[in-house]
Design a protein around this ligand. Structure first.
Ligand code: TXA
Ligand code: MG
Length: 330
């Protein structure tokens, strides 16, 4: 299959929509990372997402909507979910909500769960595609399963060239890490739970709900989760975001056999730096590209990769989460 490289003119958006209508796959820019999109109603399109990524079929997909109206047709919102959507949409916040009976969505999307993950992306191109299709777009990150997420069209093509119908090239993604995922406790009065740190800071969510966010790993949550043997964000447990080279974290002095990625003043001697000024937002934007660059360099010289310490606050939580998964035993 030949993969078309589309731009962002009206005619390009129209071709993207036509591919989706025929059950095709189109990689779409969002503010977080590029997503591998299919019409969420189309079984064949959704099945092809799993096939192209090599994604296990038990790992459910996020639906992308053009607004709260489309979302409410698919899922049941609690008052708190409405507060979060109105505060953070469009934007990098995904809500996991009970699926509405009769929702027009392929059963493959939820992988057998009775919940749906939904978000409204803050990207004009993504919104134009969803609006034009008139239906939700199912889209996981547009990388091979378990590999580093794509923040530009080149990254998408490196992994998926020849396996997808098209990519819309809208340049680099602004946020650079995936959305924050929030679920709601089935007992405990639907208290919100952080399932994945991401583009919206935990602190901002806590300010919006006026209280603390539970964490998916915490004891209280584990006790009362309905699917005891299922992770609450199924893609979140195993090794993930994995480059080919081995990774060492919190490194203040790299070894001779390591490609060192610095942050701020830590790693001024390093060849790569996530943000020379020590800015976490900038570090998030460059994270996945630097991970790919470091991997190329390391591969070339049969080296490993070392990352300088990243502060554990704000979007630093999401950066450290991705780095820990990238460094996890495979
Ligand atoms: O920023 C993002 O979220 C990007 C862009 C493309 O929107 N998408 C993304 O999708 O990161 P993906 O598939 O790489 O990660 C989605 C995560 C997976 O870990 C999946 O297991 C989890 O969301 N997920 C999906 N549906 C779920 C559900 N019903 N309950 C719990 N977790 C769910
Ligand atoms: Mg992903």
């Amino acid at each position: 299959m030949k993969t078309a490289i589309l731009k962002t003119f009206d005619a390009d958006i129209l071709s993207a929509i036509t591919f989706l209508q025929k059950g095709g796959l189109v990689a779409i820019p969002t503010e977080t990372v590029y997503g591998l999109g299919a019409d969420a109603r189309n079984d064949m399109g959704v099945a092809r997402i799993f096939e192209a990524k090599g994604r296990p079929s038990f790992n459910p997909l996020i639906l992308h909507v053009d607004g709260v109206g489309m979302a409410e047709k698919l899922a049941v919102f609690s008052d708190q979910a409405r507060v979060l959507a109105s505060r953070f949409w469009p934007g990098p916040l995904t809500l996991v909500l009970p699926i509405r009976g009769g929702a027009d969505v392929s059963a493959l999307v939820t992988a057998g769960l009775d919940t749906l993950a939904i978000r409204m992306p803050a990207h004009l191109v993504a919104l134009a595609v969803i609006k034009g299709l008139g239906a939700p777009v199912a889209a996981p990150s547009a990388n091979l399963s378990g590999k580093v997420s794509p923040t530009c069209a080149r990254h998408v093509l490196d992994d998926l060239w020849g396996k997808i119908d098209a990519v819309i090239d809208a340049g680099a993604c602004e946020v650079g890490v995936e959305s924050t995922i929030v679920g709601f406790h089935e007992e405990d009065n639907g208290a919100p739970i952080l399932l994945r740190p991401g583009g919206i800071n935990k602190e901002a969510i806590e300010a919006a709900i006026g209280g603390p966010l539970l964490h998916s790993g915490c004891k209280k949550e584990k006790r009362t989760l309905r699917h005891e043997n299922r992770p609450s964000a199924p893609g979140q447990l195993s090794s993930h975001y994995a480059p080919s080279a081995a990774l060492r974290l919190n490194v203040s002095q790299a070894r001779p056999d390591e490609v060192w990625v610095g942050f701020g003043a830590m790693g001024e001697a390093a060849g790569l730096n996530l943000s020379k000024s020590g800015n976490l937002t900038e570090a998030a934007t460059s994270l996945f590209d630097m991970l790919r660059q470091a991997d190329q360099l390391a591969k070339h010289k049969a080296q490993k990769i070392a990352f300088a310490p990243i502060p554990e606050h704000g979007i630093g939580l999401a950066i450290n989460d991705r780095l820990r998964r990238a460094a996890a035993p495979r």
